[in-house]
Design a protein. Structure first.
Length: 74
């Protein structure tokens, strides 16, 4: 009888935990594909550009490249 109560309690806890995780995922993925529109969007765009340049041009942490530097390599 005690064992059944423990199993029942653990299954309720597991259900609550999974529900909270799903709720958190739904709330954090809201508008995940929206473009950057905040006042600090330039910072996010620069960070994304630097990450893309690291991927395409080699990962040299001492030489990050930007996209807005003109006709040069950034």
């Amino acid at each position: 009888m005690l064992r059944e109560r423990i199993k029942s309690f653990l299954s309720i806890d597991r259900t609550i935990l999974l529900s909270l995780i799903v709720l958190q995922l739904l709330l954090t993925s809201y508008h995940i594909t929206s473009p950057f529109l905040d006042y600090h969007a330039w910072r996010q765009a620069d960070t994304a550009a630097i990450a893309r340049n690291f991927y395409h041009n080699g990962f040299n942490i001492l030489y990050p490249q930007i996209d807005w530097g003109g006709a040069g390599s950034g």
